[in-house]
Ligand binder design. Structure first.
Ligand code: GDP
Length: 406
């Protein structure tokens, strides 16, 4: 598994902002379109026939973590029950995320639960992208939503896309890095067409692009110098600086679209892959079993001794499923591992990856991944490892000390 191409992400939102709709769209697109270029180019790969659109209704998030692929990326979409503040359940699901998407309504803006979920993400050091949804609604105002993000969330919100229209006239967005406009065609806006930026928007787009570059240049002397000498900043440098600024939570980039109308969803998935961290880019520390004062970093290295945490237990027709994030090492089907809390040995007789429509049986799974183990006798939050009395992840809920962006 190429860990660089793994994304463990959650989607958080104030209720009714479109979290469920967006999640379903992500499952839908990732399940069917395999090359980002196909989408960007608006080629055949981005076109879905009527039958497939019909099937779309049947896709829902039914599991605590759903695995999808996007190009050569593997994305684990983790269900974050983010609207309740500070429950152990929320804490656990946040612990296993490497990044998140904060969904905001284009009319409602920053609402009560947006504050809660953003605070949780911040507390756990989870880098995030903002997606302003429902751009088709009357009164949609992404500029006002961005101002609210600054005022109420204290976020350094930076626009990465410029809207083409708003409300009923919303058509798509201009990418402020590439300067290309993305339109959506097809019965449900599912086909992405790339075009040049419309003439009448060129001035506003240039202005917003400049604002974006200035915001980013605060984190790069090289970019700052280029701007001062009015040199053209190459896209590669913009991507690199943006990635660092997002991962250190210095900025929150803003994307927009309509989950319901399928607009802006594919560019958002591209951004998740481009900017949010891989498991290699996050540092997680565990506490030594016999000395909670002693902390050591876990390395997402498949060759190291295994350490993982069961973060969610679900009972279904097949028995108990324990969703587990593997922080270090490799687990193999049929092998035994130690529950650090109880000291008991447990056989991982079945390891499965949960997809939206099927479960895939695995022979092994590596650090950085999220899988489900069937039939083990775990409690939520239990740490598992190769040997007994090694370490614990659960009792280390001192987030600032635990998760730092590498
Ligand atoms: P959640 O509570 O955040 O999971 O929100 P849902 O995904 O259930 O969406 C709430 C309502 O908003 C539903 O009626 C959706 O159909 C609707 N909705 C979701 N996305 C959009 C959108 O882009 N535009 C509009 N107009 N409505 C949307």
């Amino acid at each position: 598994m190429n860990l660089k191409k793994v994304r463990n992400i959650g989607i958080s939102a104030h209720i009714d902002s479109g979290k469920t709709t967006l999640s379903e769209r992500i499952l839908f697109y990732t399940g069917r379109i395999h090359k980002i270029e196909e989408v960007r180019g608006g080629g055949d790969g981005a076109t879905m026939d009527h039958m497939e659109l019909e099937k779309e209704r049947g896709i829902t998030i039914t599991s605590a973590a759903t695995s999808v692929t996007w190009g050569d990326y593997s994305i684990n979409l983790i269900d974050t029950p983010g609207h309740v503040d500070f429950t152990v359940e929320v804490e656990r699901s946040l612990r296993v995320l490497d990044g998140a998407v904060l969904v905001l309504c284009s009319v409602g803006g920053v609402q009560a639960q947006s504050l809660t979920v953003d605070r949780q993400m911040r507390r756990y050091g989870v880098p995030r992208l903002a997606f302003i949804n429902k751009m088709d609604r009357t009164g949609a105002d992404p500029f006002s939503v961005m101002q609210q993000m600054r005022d109420k969330l204290n976020a350094n919100a930076v626009m990465f896309q410029y809207p083409i229209g708003a409300g009923e006239t919303f058509e798509g967005c201009v990418d402020l890095i590439t300067g290309k406009a993305y339109y959506h065609e097809g019965a449900k806006g599912e086909k992405v067409i790339e075009k040049d930026c419309p003439e009448e928007l060129k001035d506003e787009v240039a202005e917003k692009r400049q604002e974006m570059l200035e915001a980013l240049s605060m984190f790069s002397d090289e970019m700052m110098e280029m701007l001062l000498s009015e040199e053209e900043v190459p896209s590669e440098l913009v991507y690199k600086v943006a990635k660092e600024a997002i991962q250190s939570q210095s900025i929150t980039p803003v994307y927009m679209g309509t989950a319901l109308g399928n607009k802006g969803v594919q560019p958002l998935i591209d951004a998740v892959c481009e900017y949010l961290p891989s498991p290699l880019e996050r540092e997680i520390k565990a506490k030594a079993f016999d000395n909670p004062e002693e902390e050591y970093p876990l390395e997402p290295d498949p060759k190291k001794p295994f350490v993982g945490m069961g973060f969610k237990l679900v009972e279904d027709a097949f028995g108990q499923l324990t969703y587990m994030r593997i922080y270090q090492g490799t687990i193999k089907k049929g092998e035994t591992y130690y529950n650090q809390r109880t000291g008991r040995k447990e056989r991982f007789s079945r390891i499965v990856r949960m997809h939206s429509d099927k479960r895939e049986e695995l022979d092994e799974a590596e650090a950085g991944d999220i899988v489900a183990i069937m039939g083990i006798d775990a409690a939520s939050g239990d740490t598992y490892a190769d040997a007994p009395k090694m370490c614990s992840l659960e009792n280390i809920f001192v987030p600032e000390a635990v998760i730092t962006v590498a």
